[in-house]
Design a protein. Structure first.
Length: 94
């Protein structure tokens, strides 16, 4: 799959989100989602039952400094999951 540009289609973004669930594709998918600035989709991933997907979303949102993710990240903190990673992401954002 070629690199995704900032103007990635909804279908491309959806495929990349699905790829987060595959450990062999996760790193590349995460990088491309950051490149595409897919903030809303990454916020949705915070509700995943897969801790690896949640971690990927947390890291990506921090890299994007996505202010829209502050409240959703705080909700992840309330679940007492990946606390250090959430704190690092929030520190990058704020």
């Amino acid at each position: 799959m070629p690199p995704v540009s900032k103007r990635a289609s909804s279908a491309e973004i959806a495929t990349l989100v699905e790829d987060l669930y595959d450990h062999r594709k996760r790193r590349t998918a995460r990088r491309k989602l950051v490149s595409a600035a897919a903030v809303d989709e990454l916020i949705d991933c915070l509700d995943s039952t897969s801790e690896s997907v949640v971690w990927s979303a947390i890291r990506s949102l921090g890299e994007l400094r996505a202010t829209a993710a502050v409240r959703p990240l705080i909700r992840v903190l309330e679940r007492d999951v990946l606390v250090l990673d959430v704190c690092e992401a929030l520190a990058a954002i704020t």
